[in-house]
Design a protein around this ligand. Structure first.
Ligand SMILES: Nc1ncnc2c1ncn2[C@@H]1O[C@H](COP(=O)(O)OP(=O)(O)OP(=O)(O)O)[C@@H](O)[C@H]1O
Length: 376
């Protein structure tokens, strides 16, 4: 159900918002979730508002060749096929959940827009069937947001804009709603522009990432590619890491360990993670990876994989973030490793050198999100 792999979204806006200068130009796939990520005030919401036609700056926007704005044309907001989900759900308090859901539906399907997203599917996907007769006031924050997402989808959008949809929720409500968003992402073909400044959320949901800073694009690319670029600001975050696809190879019942195959090596991780052949997404934090010249002896670390150093930055810091590629030839998956410059110098490490990547911890993420195809 995913869109044509070559379809693109072209985004170009330039102009002043008060004293703030926005000057962005990027092209991203018109499928999956593209996260706009960057510090507060870098212009993420302004980009979404321009895409929605709520803010008019000079530029161009085209979705799959359909031009919504260029030098000559500007399609007004109400003629743009978008669903918009904000930080606050903004449901109509006097309407039931069902009536809220059907609000956008009536204005589009009722006026001849083909129905590609059906109420029953959205209700099932978002797990809101038991809430349909309730009033929004009697819902939890997470439930309200699920209804807001449902309402946006039932307006049959060709593009979903989500502006910090989880920011107003506490950690537990966030954890409750994330699996629903992950499922939506797997099942629906509507592309999403997703604004967030929470890297953990972005890593769980996004396929593609546009990094913004001070109104400009710093980088634009597939999530895994940008995560493993040590020159980008996300690699310097304390919580930096990479998400990778993995396939279950087997389970060692005596020790309760599952063997996972990655591109370029295998890992043993605690727990039974599914039958052989099943796909899992994993996340490896930079702070959980150290580098050694030789395979560790007399160590309790189970996972030490041959790899090659690709690069490390910043070369003059106390801590460096090195990117290594798994496999003796260094052609496999990329990991980040946090090392001090002192140990880097003591071990005589340098780009191109063979090393062993010692991995202390692996977290599981949903399969198929934030990852490319798993290794064969
Ligand atoms: N209409 C406007 N008039 C004047 N200034 C504006 C306008 N819209 C946005 N700005 C300014 O532009 C800058 C970028 O705002 P924007 O909301 O796009 O950032 P953001 O990255 O979404 O931030 P946050 O993560 O805090 O929501 C801010 O300094 C904001 O005050």
């Amino acid at each position: 159900m995913r869109g044509d792999p070559v379809s693109r979204m072209e985004v170009r806006f330039r102009g002043a918002l008060g004293r703030f200068a926005l000057d962005v130009a990027f092209e991203v796939p018109a499928r999956g979730i593209t996260a706009l990520f960057g510090p507060s005030g870098c212009g993420k919401t302004s980009v979404l508002r321009c895409v929605a036609g709520l803010q008019r700056l000079e530029g161009r926007f085209a979705l799959d060749g359909d031009v919504w704005q260029d030098g000559r044309h500007f399609r007004p907001t109400h003629k743009r096929p978008i669903g918009y989900v904000f930080q606050e759900a903004n449901l109509f308090p006097h309407l039931s959940v069902r009536a809220n859901l059907l609000y956008g539906h009536r204005r589009t399907v009722g006026r001849g827009v083909p129905e590609t997203i059906r109420e029953a599917d959205v209700v099932a996907l978002l797990g809101i069937g038991h809430l349909l007769d309730r009033a929004p006031l009697n819902l939890s924050g997470g439930e309200r947001q699920r209804v807001a997402v449902g309402r946006a989808l039932l307006s049959q959008p060709r593009l979903l804009l989500m502006d910090e949809p989880l920011a107003a929720l506490d950690r537990m409500s966030k954890d409750d709603i994330l699996p629903y968003l992950e499922r939506l992402h797997e099942v629906l073909s509507v592309p999403v522009l997703y604004v967030s400044h929470d890297i953990a959320e972005v890593e769980r949901l996004a396929d593609h990432l546009v990094l913004l800073r001070a109104g400009r694009v710093v980088a634009n690319g597939p999530l895994a590619e940008l995560q493993s670029d040590p020159s980008l600001p996300i690699a310097r975050l304390p919580e930096a890491g990479v998400t990778l696809p993995a396939v279950v190879e087997g389970f060692e019942a005596a020790y309760g360990l599952t063997t996972l195959a990655l591109d370029g090596g295998t890992l043993q991780v605690p727990g039974e993670l599914g039958p052989p052949g099943s796909r899992r997404g994993i996340r490896i934090a930079a702070s959980d990876v150290s580098l050694a010249r030789r395979p560790p002896e007399g160590s309790t670390i189970l996972n030490a994989l041959p790899a090659r150093i690709l690069k490390a930055e910043p070369p003059d810091g106390v801590q460096m973030t090195a990117v290594v590629a798994l496999g003796p030839a260094g052609t496999g998956a990329r990991l980040l490793a946090r090392v001090t410059r002192k140990s880097w110098d003591l071990l005589g490490l340098a780009p191109g050198e063979p090393v062993f990547a010692q991995i202390k911890g692996v977290a599981l993420v949903q399969p198929g999100t934030g990852t490319d195809d798993p290794p064969d």
